[in-house]
Design a protein around this ligand. Sequence first.
Ligand SMILES: O=C(O)c1ccccc1NCC(=O)[C@H](O)[C@H](O)COP(=O)(O)O
Length: 213
Amino acid sequence: MPAEIEPVRVKICGLSEPDTLDAAVAAGADWVGFVLFPRSPRYVSVERAAELRRRVPDTVGVVALLVKPGDAEIDAARAALPRAILQIYDDTSRCMAIRARVGAPVWQAIGVDRARDLPVESMLDGLVVESRPPAGADRPGGNGQGFDWRITAGWRAPAPWLLAGGLTPDNVAKAIRQSGARAVDVSSGAERASGQKDVELIAAFVRAARSAS
Ligand SMILES: O=C(O)c1ccccc1NCC(=O)[C@H](O)[C@H](O)COP(=O)(O)O
C-alpha cells in the first residue's frame, strides 16, 4: 500500500480584520499569522491580536510575527496569544534564547536568495524560508518578493519549513513543485491592496496550494 501523502499545509499571514480571518479559517488554512511589527501595513496591536484570536478554532495554529523583539515584547505577545507559535526575525542564537526562556515553539524566518543561504542545522521548531528583503526595504518580510524556488529542491532541511515570499494563487502550485515545500506562507499574494486581505484571493490560494499536493 503506498504511503499517503499529506496535503501541503498553508499559512495565511498578516490578517487584521475579522472577515478575512474567518475566510482563512473557512478556506482551511493550517495557520493564521498576526504581524506585531508596527512598521508593517498589516500591523495589529497585541490587544487587537488577542481579540482576533478568539475567532480562531483550536484546530488552526496561531502565529505571532516579531522583528528583533525584546523580552517585554515577547511577554506581551505571549500574554495576548498564549498558544501562539512565535515567528521571529532575528539571528539563531536569539531565537534559541527566546525558545528557552518562554518554552513556546519558535520559527526562525530566514531571508535567502541562493542555496548557500539555507541552514544545514537548526534546533528550532520551524524555519520560514523567504526571499531576502529588497535593498532599502523597511521590513524584513511580507514584501511580496520571491526567489528561485529550485534552490530548496535538494536541500536537507534541518527542521520543518515553510516556503514564503511572493507566492500567489497563480504561482503557488509551481512553487511547491519546484521547491519541494510541504508548507507555504502567503501575505501580499492574498491582498487586493497593501495590507488589505481579500477573501477570494485567500480561498484561491488555499485551493491552489492543495491542488499541488
Ligand atoms: O507582512 C509584513 O509586513 C511583515 C513585516 C515584518 C516581518 C514580516 C512580515 N511578513 C512576513 C509574512 O507575511 C510571511 O511570513 C511571508 O514573508 C510572506 O510574505 P509575502 O511575500 O508578502 O507573501
